[in-house]
Design a protein around this ligand. Structure first.
Ligand SMILES: Nc1ncnc2c1ncn2[C@@H]1O[C@H](COP(=O)(O)OP(=O)(O)OP(=O)(O)O)[C@@H](O)[C@H]1O
Length: 358
């Protein structure tokens, strides 16, 4: 297998659209790297550059001992870009699984062995004679995975591979992919909008925006200490609540003067952005006996949504929208006012101007 090293990689389309800007990144051999970021942040372009399907504007891409400074065409045995929607619907599943192997001229017996092993692992054995066009979208996603791992390239590149699947199927496929990747130790890059995918799958999580890397590291580190307010809003089960505050020794207050507590949070007076994740808020109801909150948000509740194991409460704190994910439905008084608390270790402070973590 192979490590992937990007040095100062830039892609500018038509001389003006900077899709990828000066990206330097090391993906260790055998790692599962997830690229997350909003639409248009450059995820697909980066994968296509690594696959050799796009010409680099500048920089260097190394995959093991194969390096690319200018475009010379991708080599599927080096880095293969997997796309379930690109499967030919008129082929049968077996043909589809083996196509890339045949074009590489591998011996017939090895092709058969690899294909049957992949079909067996993914429970596709009973579908081998079926036309791809007659397979369900979940089966096609499995087939795309099977092809990817049967080919055994040095690196695998996935671009939103499970985008069309229902949530339950998505989670199963995600687990399947992670299992196959762990077994084969194939260096994998996986692009997604879904930050939960990133948190669940990645050894290395890379947060992109506007063609740049905002932060790269272990998912748990990025979740616990996002380097900027922008990263905080891009990584988590849902976006972090961000509130502009004035902070000093006496605590945190909103621009309308509402005091939020937080006396020991900042020692110097600053204009800042307070960040707190929805899942880190709790309802401080009368008779509350849990830990004392370091800061409290007086919320005017406008919607309580029951979402299975959690309850999602929507409302506003001053003029700002706030969301809380609570373990149980809170008792909201008739006036709609609910005090939400957060512990010190769950309060994130960012510079109001630059967004940098304070
Ligand atoms: N062939 C192209 N020609 C011109 N501009 C392009 C081309 N491909 C992508 N872009 C632009 O480059 C930027 C990055 O696009 P890219 O598709 O890489 O983003 P993305 O993060 O994968 O988005 P999405 O999540 O929507 O797939 C966008 O502004 C896009 O419009």
């Amino acid at each position: 297998m192979a490590a992937i090293t990007l040095t100062d990689v830039t892609k500018i389309y038509r001389g003006e659209i900077a899709a990828v800007r000066n990206i330097t990144l090391d993906v260790p051999d055998g790692a599962f790297c997830v690229l997350v970021g909003p639409t248009g942040c450059g995820k697909s372009t980066l994968l296509r550059l690594i696959a050799g399907a796009e010409e680099l504007t500048s920089g260097l891409i190394e995959i093991g001992d194969a390096a690319r400074q200018s475009w010379s065409g991708g080599r599927a045995d080096v880095a293969e870009l997997i796309d379930a929607s690109a499967l030919d619907p008129s082929r049968n599943v077996y043909d589809s699984l083996t196509r890339g192997l045949r074009s590489r001229g591998l011996p017939k017996k090895e092709i058969e062995e690899r294909a049957l092993r992949a079909a067996d692992t993914l429970a596709l054995g009973s579908l081998l004679a079926r036309k791809v066009g007659r397979a369900s979208s979940g089966e096609r996603s499995l087939l795309a995975l099977g092809r990817a791992f049967a080919h055994q390239p040095r690196a695998l590149l996935f671009d939103e591979p499970f985008a069309g699947l229902d949530p339950a199927r998505r989670i199963t496929m995600r687990r399947e992919l992670r299992r196959l990747q762990r077994t084969s130790r194939t260096t994998t890059l996986y692009a997604t909008h879904d930050h939960e995918d990133g948190l669940a799958l990645a050894d290395l999580l890379v947060v992109l925006d506007e063609g740049r890397v905002l932060q790269a590291g272990r998912p748990a580190e990025i979740y616990a200490a996002p380097v900027t307010a922008a990263v905080a809003s891009l990584v988590g089960h849902s976006a972090m609540n961000l509130l502009p505050v004035r902070a000093n020794q006496t605590g945190l207050s909103l621009e309308d003067g509402t005091h939020l507590g937080g006396a020991s949070v900042m020692t110097t007076a600053v204009f800042a952005t307070l960040g707190v994740r929805p899942e880190h808020l709790f309802a401080v109801t009368p008779g509350w006996e849990g830990p004392a909150p370091a800061a409290t948000l007086p919320m005017m509740v406008d919607e309580v949504e029951h979402a299975g194991a959690v309850v999602i409460v929507h409302g506003s704190v001053g003029p700002h929208r706030v969301v809380a994910r609570l373990a149980a439905a809170p008792q909201v008084p008739a006036d709609g006012r609910l005090r939400l608390g957060a512990l010190r270790e769950h309060l994130h402070m960012f510079d109001a101007q630059s967004g940098a973590r304070l």
